[in-house]
Design a protein around this ligand. Structure first.
Ligand SMILES: [Mn+2]
Length: 128
């Protein structure tokens, strides 16, 4: 199983990047690693957002996850329960991010990291 996830307290860039990444990884499951930012949570509740079929982290079988696709972050300490999984060598990691490097960064077999205004910019360009 492939998982698309992002940072805790997901904001709109995080969410948009997850949906964009789903275009690149159609078989992957989108999961927030924890709570979303307040504004985003309101948006989720008040819109038809659930059309996009986000999964709940509590429903995941972590033993079946072979690849983590991280968007809008690559910091191990920001991905909640996925941190332990990400540190296991057997799990393949792909990263799409626009944040400056930090000591807490994970590395991936595929990394697309550019200092643009939003991660979704990077993904949109790849899709185009
Ligand atoms: Mn961002």
């Amino acid at each position: 199983m492939e998982i698309i996830t992002t940072h805790i307290n997901a904001d709109f860039d995080a969410m948009a990047s997850m949906i964009a990444a789903k275009k690149l990884y159609p078989e992957a499951v989108m999961v927030f690693p924890g709570s979303q930012e307040h504004n985003l949570r309101e948006f989720l509740v008040e819109s038809t957002f659930y059309f996009f079929n986000f999964a709940k982290i509590k429903d995941l079988d972590f033993a079946n996850i072979q690849r983590l696709i991280l968007v809008d972050t690559r910091q191990a300490g920001r991905i909640g329960r996925f941190e332990n999984l990400a540190r296991e060598a057997e799990v393949d990691i792909h990263i799409y991010d626009h944040h400056p490097a930090s000591e807490d960064d994970l590395s991936g077999s595929r990394e697309v990291i550019r200092p643009v205004g939003a991660t979704v910019t990077i993904l949109t360009e790849i899709i185009r």
